[in-house]
Ligand binder design. Structure first.
Ligand SMILES: *Cc1c(COP(=O)(O)O)cnc(C)c1O
Length: 387
């Protein structure tokens, strides 16, 4: 059977991996060795030093490349390490266009690190392709897309943005952390590189920090490999093992994440305490059609706006018992947070509210617990604080 025709549920478990040829070990071993024996100077057996290459990491890189429909993968010690590697392509004078609601760490890297190397940035509302077209010029090196966005879950049309980037010889990079390749494969829509925080759904168990880049362009991958080895934000083999292990259950976990999030979103839409629900799979969401076009399902993240003050909303997120009050997302356990007081607290209040991040906004990462327990936990917190 042609390996490429296998379904993603099968490839998540097998791609890039085979039983260890020496021992038959079914799970890829953790190769902790920092250095590798050479048969003669320069005659290594594929590995020489673990920053440059490591067999456990190589298995994960091949697995991720396969799931994203690319040919080359690179794994890093964090999502930020992966994102930084794309920015390493920029020279002073280059320009980057990014979506206006990128992950906070991405915004900080762009504006506080690369800014001092004379790379310039424009942040635009990418739900409007004309805004992207208006910002891209002949100096633009990278167009940086994150979809769906955080925390309002806007879907950005990857194909439309990639076309605009290519008209100007810029690269289109997509941060696919929220969707994962189970729901969305940006390379199929024309993106040049896909980026991940493996810390979230790919690892899936809130026990590892990692990042990845995948591309189908060998020359681009070679440059990523050069920066990976030169900058040194490489992952340790135990972290790679944890992600390899996590990815095996990605499809089955994502199915439940999507099902739980969709059920909660539909329920919340009909609660009197709730003013508005942001979930890409609700027809009421402003970017529903874009999400439906490029995603296979709508993911495990949702946000909703309570009819409540900043303090009341803080009390609601502090009064859940199954949901843990925490930043981050994508683990098997459900998390809840208040963007105005936590993830997006650094944004000045006026600007924050103008962007739709109101005091009553709550973001949820729906885990894979039984949805009845999640629903009654939220109702209990509503009753305690707002009842
Ligand atoms: C968490 C996250 C990152 C950063 O990844 P780390 O693994 O924390 O370095 C980047 N993009 C998105 C969308 C994220 O959620």
């Amino acid at each position: 059977m042609d390996e490429n025709s296998r379904r993603i549920e099968t490839r998540a478990i097998h791609a890039g991996q085979q039983p260890d040829p020496e021992t038959g070990a079914v799970m890829t071993p953790i190769y902790a060795s920092s250095t590798y024996a050479q048969d003669a100077p320069g005659e290594d057996r594929g590995y020489e030093y673990s920053r440059t290459g490591n067999p456990t990491r190589a298995a994960l890189e091949a697995n991720l490349a396969d799931l994203e429909g690319g040919t080359h993968g690179r794994v890093f010690s964090s999502g930020m390490g992966a994102i930084n590697t794309v920015l390493n392509l920029c020279e002073s004078g280059d320009h980057v266009v990014a979506s206006n609601d990128v992950y906070g760490g991405t915004h900080r890297l762009f504006t506080q690190v690369y800014d001092q190397y004379a790379v310039s940035f424009d942040f635009v509302d990418m739900t409007d392709p004309d805004a992207v077209a208006g910002a891209v010029d002949s100096d633009t090196r990278v167009v940086w897309v994150e979809t769906p966005t955080n925390p309002l879950l806007n879907a950005i049309d990857i194909a439309a943005v990639a076309d605009i980037a290519h008209e100007h010889d810029a690269l289109c990079a997509v941060d696919n952390t929220f969707a994962t390749p189970f729901l969305q494969r940006p390379l199929e829509h024309g993106a040049d590189v896909v980026c991940h925080s493996l810390t979230k759904y790919m690892g899936g168990h809130s026990d590892v920090v990692g990042g990845a880049l995948v591309t189908a362009d060998a020359a681009l991958d070679e440059r990523f490999g050069f920066y990976q080895n030169s900058v040194g934000a490489t992952p340790n083999p135990f972290g790679c093992f944890l992600v390899l292990r996590g990815v095996k259950t990605l499809p089955i976990r994502m199915e439940r994440h999507c099902e739980n999030a969709h059920t909660l979103a539909t329920w919340l839409e009909n609660r009197p305490e709730v003013q508005y629900v942001y979930y890409p799979g609700l027809e009421s969401h402003p970017t529903y059609e874009t999400a439906a076009k490029q995603m296979d399902d709508y993911g495990g993240m949702l946000s909703f706006e309570l009819d409540a003050t900043l303090e009341e909303t803080s009390a609601v997120v502090s009064n859940t018992e199954v949901f843990t009050l925490a930043e981050s997302l994508g683990g098997v356990e459900s998390l809840i947070e208040q963007p105005a007081a936590m993830t997006h607290q650094a944004i000045p209040r006026d600007e924050r509210i103008a962007a739709g991040l109101t005091d009553g906004l709550i973001r949820v990462s729906a885990g894979i617990e039984h949805v009845d327990d999640l629903r009654s936990d939220l109702q209990g917190a509503f009753d305690t604080v707002l009842g």
